[in-house]
Design a protein around this ligand. Sequence first.
Ligand code: GUN
Length: 296
Amino acid sequence: MTQILDGKAVSAAVKAQLAKEVAHMVLMGQAPPHLAAVLVGDNPASKAYVGNKIKFCKEVGYKSTLREFPSTISQEDLLHQIALLNQDKGLDGYIVQLPLPSHIHEDKVVEAVDPEKDVDGFHVVNVGKMVAGLPTFLPATPYGITKIMEHYGISAAGKHVVVLGRSHIVGRPISVLLSQDRPYGNGTVTVCHSRTKNLKELCAAADILVAAIGRPRYVTADMVKEGAVVIDVGINRVEDQFTKSGYALVGDVDFDAVSLKTSYITPVPGGVGPMTIVGLMLNTMLAAKKNRPTRP
Ligand code: GUN
């Protein structure tokens, strides 16, 4: 029998812990952590993600600020807004929700964020620190994945980990984290991508398979070893005539068939999704702690 890795339950546990920490900070006369989110345009998925982040802040007692701009904002104006957020002493951290409209260079915006406030962990300084194994903000989704593994006592040590996808925000960083000498790390990691030749065979040899390629139900049962751990990062919208909205959210893994073979598997929704916000909120608490004076 496979065990479901319940991201919602782990998120609720972390939420309770963070709420306690916030209450303690406030009791000590300190300001609660303050997170801002920058939302450009009206991409419905981005709006929903940012809405969930703000909601989480409210639930744990963080202060939150939403800065919304039209999709027509110029790169120059957006960079000016970023500079203002960098200077804001009352703000511990912020995120710029991606993707940005095509006329804006995402790299320029990401690199304009003060690394000390980069709770997404996307700035090259923070990516570099992560790769070097130095303490820093870890990118939210990979951080969330390590937290769900920690909660269920799943270690990558000595295991063959196969990561499908090499994106800057998921595939690449999770491959780094799970190969490092750190708790729940020490795996032997293979990163697969569009040019990988024997992808099916590699997946079928994995003890831990992380799917982050953004293709609905791409990982089928024949690609998964009996007893493997499967972490599904995909959130794909597919047409579904049986739902009211006419679509359903599915992962990169064919859950129904694959879950018959796994030892542990994350569902979609309710697996990695809630853990991404957990990663962001843990980073924001870390930023706030750095900014609050410690008592003698
Ligand atoms: N778009 C998709 N995932 C993320 C994320 O983790 N952070 C930000 N800022 N944008 C995203």
